[in-house]
Design a binder for this molecule. Sequence first.
Ligand SMILES: [Zn+2]
Length: 167
Amino acid sequence: MVKRLIRKRVLERSRLLDKYYLIAIDGTGYLGFKKRHCKKCLVSKKEEKVEYYNHNILEAELIFENGLELSIETEFKENDKEGYDKQDCELRAFYKMSKRLKKKFPQLKICLSLDGLYETEPLIKVCKENNWIYIITFKEGRMRVAWEEFEMLKRARDENYGENSIR
Ligand SMILES: [Zn+2]
């Protein structure tokens, strides 16, 4: 359905970015159990004690200026070892999802909106290979060289710095 709406150019006028479709990718909880429910459950702990057995997902949603959000991809997050490494888990889900996304929309001009968790060189490489642009929440401590460059540019001219939110 979304493909058809895009092809018919129905959504074009509601895009948030000129020429690009904004896709927000973020993890969210999906199912939670007090007892282990299967071998692939993710484990969340509180003070070293298991609190929940979860199945979390990574969601990709097209976001539009009028508030419309259309889910276009979902990927279950899985750990390959015991415990739960949020970043590792989420990145692996992202790589799997990005392949399907590219296959589904090979020509679409896409801008990904991601949180700081994704601020890694391999992920940026995936975006470049797919011809996607990206907006990533920038966190101090991650990607040290880029952070230093940002601080330098920010100081150089006042108009280099601003704070904005889309909604
Ligand atoms: Zn399970």
